[in-house]
Design a protein around this ligand. Sequence first.
Ligand code: NAP
Length: 501
Amino acid sequence: MNGAHPAHPSKAITDRPVAQSPLIVAVVGAGPSGIYAAEALSQQVDHDVRVAVIDRLPVPFGLVRYGVAPDHESIRSIRNTLERTLEKSGVRFYGDVTIGRDLTVEDLRSCVDAVIYAFGAASDRRLGIPGEQLIGSLAAPEFVNWYCGHPDVHPETDLSHADAVRGIGHIEVLISTSRSAVVVGAGNVALDVARVLIKTGDELDDTDMAADVLDGLHHKIITDVHFVVRRGPAYTTFTTKELRELGQLEGVEMIINPGDLDLDPSSEAVVAQDRVAARNVEVFRTWAARPPAAADTITRRIHWHFWTRPTAILGDERVSGVALESTQIDADGSVSAGGEVGEIQAQLIIRSIGYRGLPMPGVPYDDATGRVPHAEGRVIRDGGLSPAEYVTGWIKRGPTGVIGTNKSDAVETVNALLADIRDGEVVARHDPDALDRLLAARGIHALGMPAWHAIDAAEVELGHSHGRDRTTLAHRSELLSAADGCLANLNRADEPSHQPG
Ligand code: NAP
């Protein structure tokens, strides 16, 4: 939606300290890590700081909206706290502005006093085995984005059924033609993915899923989900409460090889040191000890294949199965191959083996780790600490931890920035309106909190019309159209110092 880029505006006012001016900090990414950084900056009282939280999407909240599973409403309600931070005086949200496309990092740094990168780790990791490109082989982030209603995987034009089966991302078609699905990995994302795959459409009706997502899930025919886990139950990284939740689904049987619950010495050592591991093993033992349910009460099954990993995804055009090998743990803790153990017939395979950060043009990036190199949140550029450049969240520490982990991470980064302000290394040099002026000069119309409130109201209204609390708008055009009233107002305002949105 953003226009062509005219010449760079004058930098005359941006190069000298501005007397008694607030310090302007841009945060790139309006997910939990970016908003927690804004919160930490707004809570300190030693310095007059204004924060511009910028996101490429029209809406804020990042993984809280597009990662936390829609049937985990209590975790998603963190959004209310994040929203309050974006409403604070001194904090402004700039949605629908892509750094690296609408503005370069250099452009941005030329009109603010410091930048904090918080753009997350949106990509996926690959297994590196034959068949990963087949139709029906997906990365977990793609599936998660789909069920959360992310505009990136909800294109504007609908593909024909034939196109979809040929392969361009119609998850609705895949799940309506798959009886058996494989999920590779044993982390919380794998758990979310498996739960959404095995729940009935009715069990997901009270979520805020987009209408076409929910419709797709109602047409799903999956009866069997297979977890393929390269180590044993003691090494799973599931949150125990959420693992238990999977075992409480009505009509779903857990199929576990009891032999996998006889722990080897390495697993015993893990369980002795790690309470979560011990609790997870206990949950698996409870499931394995359940008396068999009456056959007519079981409609779906979850199969646990520990100590196995896929060697190939089978099929010609569409996935038809997965070949597995057994694994073992070596003295150094690494996983090595045993022998072939057979195949699982499946039409869908979702690899849930971790997210990976992508580079942002103009920002230092370590390809080996998929992160921005840093020291306690200070960005390292060309081998040295880069003045006034900071990083937080998954793009800083990697894709680990729960939402709350981002809070302490952001505090570390903001403390580094505050120390640099105290030391005089970061000073207020820029006019508080410089960013707005640059955006206006480029014809870029940021969406602010009024736009979010309009989208929020439209989603709630749509939900009510379906007898639900909310229905997510998944298409970018729907989001922009819901924000339209605010946009129209914005387009009429040529003043550079307007509130976005
Ligand atoms: P994760 O916890 O790191 O799990 C990744 C899984 O993939 C592990 O089981 C790992 O096994 C396996 N794996 C990695 N490479 C593999 C390979 N080449 N072949 C086979 N298996 C492989 O990551 P995640 O599930 O993506 O979650 C990311 C973060 O988000 C985590 O910190 C998670 O807790 C958090 N999260 C939290 C929630 C929640 O609290 N509700 C929900 C979603 C996500 P090994 O252990 O053997 O390496």
